[in-house]
Design a protein around this ligand. Structure first.
Ligand code: ATP
Ligand code: MG
Length: 423
């Protein structure tokens, strides 16, 4: 016998019931992005593999272990995007968008990473990403933080998320720092867990992010990146912190925050929550002032962030602050017998033409009348319209007010007018 069919591990279906909450959340996000004059951009899900290796960094977890890469029929290596920044940078270079003074973009869509699936971690997951180009000063860092804070506020989760921020300086600052960090880690090699030992000579910064509490104790004595970063990065960070203080933005300066992708410099940040388990970062981002040039564009400052939508939804659900139970149908049409079907469909089309915003549902399921009415009530429809043989004979329709339990026997033009009173 055939095995039961199933989706790919770590990739799941997003069913209508779940998507009601998603749509609400997405609408709030889009409204806020619009109010800051950020514009939508839609990018391919596949990019050439090389671009990710160049941009994200060959020794990062994403490139080494997490990418879905395969050869197409001509033998070209392609990759399902693990994140959106790289594709967005490619697009703005290719389409010359700086020249058109377009600077602020957002996108929403699926990303793919071959990771161990668990709560808040999937192999296909959605990100809302934002990327801003051509703005060098800390003003834009502040605007981004204000924008994200507004998102949390409007979603009603601001009391349950915490901003951690750091400056990681330039790449050459980090190379200097890496030497001292490596020296310290080698001295303490016996305390490193297996994971950290593997990272020692590939990506020692990632060890600082370790969740192992014993290791974290040792790391308290590790050299600090902050002591290695250049003056201009320090100024940038201090100015940003001063402005955040001025605007009353709460944050924690986490000197161990380094981020997993190579392209970041100066400001990096994450928003965490303690409501959704161990995968607790719901938003992360930072500056990447050299990536555009590295991928072949002109020297252009840049900053961006991404929100993990599944984790955001987990948080909203855990706080029970947004209900997804809402009216799904406005007008519920029931017909009895084949002969009334044509009338029912015609009526539904007329209502949709006259009142385009109304959600009109025609029940095609063959079951008895009381079941149909029960479904109408459960759907929270405001009115039901019944078309039976009697109604056809008299060229009338029976309208039921499902809330007040009143009934009206109406001619078609009266019915159309009456509907208006309910909405
Ligand atoms: P993490 O440390 O959780 O793996 P990351 O540093 O790899 O995060 P980013 O590349 O910065 O994550 O992605 C931004 C956000 O996207 C994360 O903060 C998280 O909310 C979400 N995210 C990343 N990977 C996954 C995943 N596999 N499943 C669900 N959400 C994810
Ligand atoms: Mg990751």
């Amino acid at each position: 016998m055939d095995k039961k069919i199933s989706s790919v591990r770590g990739m799941h279906d997003y069913l209508p019931e779940e998507l009601k909450l998603w749509t609400k959340v997405e609408n709030i996000l889009k409204e806020i992005l619009n109010s800051y004059c950020y514009e939508e951009i839609r990018l391919p899900i596949l990019e050439k593999t090389n671009i990710f290796k160049r941009a994200i960094g060959n020794v990062t977890d994403v490139v080494q272990k997490e990418m879905y890469s395969f050869n197409d029929r001509k033998g070209n290596s392609l990759t399902l995007r693990p994140e959106g920044t790289v594709g967005c940078v490619r697009a703005i270079i290719e389409n010359n968008l700086f020249r058109k003074k377009k600077q602020k973009f957002w996108y929403l869509g699926p990303m793919f990473r071959y990771e161990r699936p668990q709560k808040g971690r999937h192999r296909q997951f959605y990100q809302l990403g934002v990327e801003v180009f051509g703005l060098k000063s800390e003003n834009i860092d502040l605007e981004i933080i204000l924008l994200i804070n507004r998102i949390w506020k409007n979603l009603g989760i601001h009391l349950h998320v915490k901003l951690e921020i750091n400056s990681i300086g330039s790449r050459s600052d980090r190379l200097e720092y890496q030497k001292s960090l490596l020296f310290f880690l080698e001295k303490n090699k016996k305390f490193l867990d297996e994971d950290s030992k593997k990272r020692l000579y590939t990506n020692p910064f990632r060890i600082l992010d370790s969740k192992n509490p014993n290791l974290q104790k040792i790391l308290k004595n590790a050299p600090l990146l902050n002591n290695y970063i250049n003056c201009s990065a320090i100024n940038h960070f201090n100015n940003l912190c001063n402005m955040m203080n001025l605007y009353g933005i709460k944050y924690v300066h986490n000197t161990n925050l380094v981020r997993g992708l190579d392209y970041y410099n100066n400001t990096v940040f994450e928003w965490k929550t303690n409501q959704i388990g161990t995968q607790n970062t719901i938003c992360a981002g930072g500056r990447y002032d050299s990536l555009v040039e590295e991928l072949g564009g002109n020297k252009t400052s840049a900053i961006g962030f991404a929100i993990g939508i599944e984790r955001l939804i987990l948080l909203i659900k855990s706080l029970k602050i947004m209900s997804s139970k809402e009216r799904e149908i406005d007008v519920y049409i029931i017909f009895i017998g084949e002969s009334s079907k044509i009338q029912a469909i015609k009526l539904s089309e007329d209502i949709r033409s006259i009142y385009p915003k109304l959600r009109v549902f025609v029940n095609f399921i063959s079951c008895n009348l009381s079941k149909k009415f029960k479904h109408a009530v459960e759907s929270l429809a405001k009115i039901a319209i019944l078309i039976g043989t009697d109604e056809i004979k008299k060229s009338c329709f029976l309208l039921k007010d499902l809330k007040n339990k009143q009934e009206y026997f109406l001619k078609k033009n009266e019915l159309i007018l009456k509907i208006k009173q309910f909405f």
